[in-house]
Design a protein around this ligand. Structure first.
Ligand code: G3H
Ligand code: 13P
Ligand code: ZN
Length: 311
């Protein structure tokens, strides 16, 4: 099976009350950990590449790694550009074999967001590629852009129908309280997503796939493991998994997770070196790191996304 778009995945996910995991990939071990978990659980998958990942690992290497995963697993896998910030970047990924792109013009004024998204949609649809757009601004860090909490803004439900109609986008990322990175909520506070906004969006766009970015849960056992092995991560708090599960049962069809994989990988490697200070063969420490990613993704598929057995 070749790489697929997200169209059929999202139709089934919307009807089935589950979501597809969109996991960020940067190297071979990450691709392997994610896809081995999905293969064991027969889960559809979105592998996403940020501008930073593409700069780090090179477009061709990433494409070939993902193609290898498709060949090895036989799963329906979409290859998606995460947070595309220009028409040129989206075009380059479309021309280079991606099946889905995100144009993130959410920090621009409404009319400018529409114009840029529309331009990407026209090119993408001409080439059989689907487009995710974003309305509302998430806090946190993505690539070199750091959006402060006070500059973030929830999606306004009254804007979504006009935005989707005028852009022709295939899915829409909204801001309901998630944010990028490991420091999402203040320590001691009780994280709460704005389900009232999600319900309102769902009512205005029946059947339309919604995307949640910034959906890592920041498992405390990994924060502890990092801190016990020489790290320093004070007050890292994520989105409660029961709230993500609820969102997945609603209109949310794609849930983006990156930080939790970074935590699992880093915690495992830190602990490995503490226990084996004399080791220096990368295979020795990358093997348990890959296994930790696999376990994390298996947990997300089964307990959060609900997409096991849906490939
Ligand atoms: O939302 C951003 C993703 O976590 C990707 O992060 O731009 O550092 O690769 P990155
Ligand atoms: P996290 O930082 O919560 O993992 O979010 C990742 C993301 O939204 C990628 O686009
Ligand atoms: Zn994101």
């Amino acid at each position: 099976m070749p790489l697929v778009t997200t169209t059929e995945m999202f139709e089934k996910a919307y009807k089935g009350g589950y979501a597809i995991g969109a996991f960020n990939v940067n190297n071979m071990e990450i691709v392997q950990g994610i896809t081995e978990a999905a293969a064991d659980l027969n889960a559809p998958l979105i592998l996403q590449v940020s501008k930073g990942a593409r700069a780090y690992a090179n477009h061709t290497y990433l494409i070939k790694l993902v193609e290898a995963a498709v060949e090895e697993t036989g799963l329906p896998i979409a290859l998606h550009l995460d947070h595309g910030d220009s028409f040129e970047l989206c075009k380059s990924c479309i021309d280079g074999g991606f099946t889905s792109v995100m144009i993130d013009a959410s920090s621009k004024p409404f009319e400018d967001n529409i114009a840029l998204t529309r331009q990407v949609v026209e090119y993408a649809h001409d080439h059989g590629v689907v487009v995710e757009a974003e309305l509302g601004t998430l806090a946190g860090i993505e690539d070199e852009v750091n959006v402060k909490a006070e500059d973030s803004s929830y999606t306004r439900p009254e804007d979504v129908q006009e935005f989707v109609d005028r852009t022709g986008c295939d899915s829409l990322a909204i801001a309901i309280g998630t944010s990028h990175g490991a420091y999402k909520f203040k320590p001691g506070t009780k994280p709460q997503l704005r389900f009232d906004i999600l319900e309102d969006v769902e009512r205005r766009l029946p059947g339309f796939p919604i995307v949640l970015h910034g959906s890592s849960s920041v498992p405390q056992e990994f924060v502890k493991m990092i801190n016990e092995n020489g790290g320093n991560m004070p007050g890292a708090i994520g989105v409660p998994e029961d709230q993500l599960r609820k969102a997945a049962s609603m209109a949310v069809c794609k849930i983006n997770i990156d930080s939790d994989l970074r935590l699992a990988m880093t915690a495992t490697i830190r602990q490995y070196f503490n226990e084996h200070p004399d080791h220096f063969d990368p295979r020795q420490y990358l093997k348990p790191a890959r296994a930790a990613i696999k376990a994390m993704v298996a947990h997300k598929i089964t307990d959060v996304l609900g997409c096991d057995g849906k490939a």
